[in-house]
Design a protein around this ligand. Structure first.
Ligand SMILES: *[C@@H]1O[C@H](CO)[C@@H](O)[C@H](O)[C@H]1NC(C)=O
Ligand SMILES: *[C@@H]1O[C@H](CO)[C@@H](O)[C@H](O)[C@H]1NC(C)=O
Length: 370
């Protein structure tokens, strides 16, 4: 055989490259095709295997059925972390309500998907309800994962808890959410429900880096929940009505907005600017939500059960701070740590029964009862 010229060699490499891309593409598609449980026609209504093509990048996803709770689990390339998150969901108390678990798996910028993560998602059987695995059709990033994975059905009572794969939930997260929504959900200024009780941080004085959690005034010890201007994303249940409006805005008017800065939300805006300098602002979808909620005077209802009950083991959600798109190595907390701080027994007192709750402003100031 004749030796290949340099040019020929390069072309060959290129051909092999393109060919493997094609194979890769087909293989991926085929996997997609065969990943669902095989079903016969009589079993067809089971929605568990019909995720293919249901949700499209850039379009808030509408699902074919209405349920009480949709758990939206966002993942990318952390199979172990996903596995832990799934295990925590197996203990979720539903009180007879109907729930579906929707797992969204994002893609690398080159279009490939993390196989081990897909395997964990496919292999998991949720004890509490049906499960769908959505492989994003193209890379959508954190914005697409968060903003477009649940379009709340109109005139329904469906709620969603949106979590990334490093967040574990208490078995009572849904009970708390449902009962709290029942009592406070008609308030027109609620942006959503923040399950995360820690890390509601507020800058202290002039030094933006000396942030302290000032939301611990005496007044708060009397309430299992309060309102805060800034939503937390470690376990977030958007208010269905407001979330639809936010999605609508994000895909229309927000496109004309270059920087979603909110001067009053000083710390968050500074984080966002830092991210912009590092070209990582695509990891902070919350800034757009903060902008939207600021414009509409909305606040999030935050769980305060740990402080209210004077117990550090009454959290509704816990972030393991796994290395990934938000955190670097080194801050990780173990699943055991999370199991320890998550609420394990229930009391009716954990639901805010009073008609009004304290409102906390951007700088941590108490603004009165609302
Ligand atoms: C795509 O990118 C990821 C991450 O950089 C890499 O691990 C993977 O091998 C790439 N896939 C292809 C087909 O190039
Ligand atoms: C799939 O799940 C089963 C049972 O839950 C487990 O024993 C097995 O190790 C899992 N396989 C993979 C590849 O994760």
């Amino acid at each position: 055989m004749k030796l290949l010229t340099r040019h020929g060699y390069l072309s060959l490499l290129l051909c092999v490259g393109i060919f493997s891309l094609i194979i890769f593409h087909f293989w991926d598609e085929e996997l997609e095709f065969t990943s669902g449980q095989p079903f016969s026609d009589t079993e067809r209504p089971r929605p568990a295997s019909t995720s293919r093509g249901l949700c499209r990048p850039g379009v808030p996803c509408e699902f074919p059925e209405i349920v009480d709770l949709r758990v939206i689990l966002l993942t990318f390339h952390r199979p172990d972390s996903l596995h832990k998150a799934l295990n925590s969901l197996d203990a979720l108390e539903l009180d007879g309500d109907v729930a579906i678990l929707e797992i969204f798996i994002d893609r690398y910028k080159n279009g490939s998907i993390h196989k081990a993560t897909v395997q964990v998602a496919d292999n998991f059987t949720w004890r509490k309800g049906l499960k769908r695995v959505h492989r994003q059709m193209k890379p959508v990033g954190i914005y697409g994962q968060w903003i477009d994975s649940w379009k709340p059905p109109k005139d329904s009572d469906e709620l969603a808890i949106i979590v990334e794969d490093d967040v574990d939930l208490s078995p009572f997260a849904y009970r708390w959410l449902r009962q709290t929504h029942l009592r406070h959900g008609r308030k027109s200024f609620i942006s959503g429900y923040t399950l995360q009780d820690l890390n509601i941080r507020i800058p202290h004085g002039k030094n933006i880096n000396r942030e302290v959690n000032r939301v611990n005034g005496a007044v708060l010890k009397r309430y299992p929940a309060y309102f805060f201007r800034v939503a937390g994303s470690w376990g977030f249940a958007p208010h269905p009505k407001r979330w639809r409006e936010f999605q609508e805005w994000f895909h229309t008017d927000a496109e004309k907005l270059r920087h979603p800065y909110v001067p009053k939300a000083r710390m968050n805006t500074n984080w966002y600017k830092d991210f912009e300098r590092q070209h990582r602002e695509d990891s902070m979808w919350t800034m757009w939500f903060i902008y939207f909620t600021d414009q509409h005077d909305l606040s999030t209802l935050v769980s305060n059960v740990p402080k209210f009950s004077s117990s550090k083991t009454n959290s509704l959600s816990c972030n393991r701070l796994e290395p990934g798109l938000h955190f670097k190595e080194g801050r990780t907390k173990s699943a055991q740590h999370c199991q320890k701080i998550l609420m394990k027994s229930w009391s009716e007192k954990f639901v805010a029964n009073s008609v009004q709750l304290p409102l906390i402003g951007y700088e941590g100031q108490y603004l009165g009862l609302v």
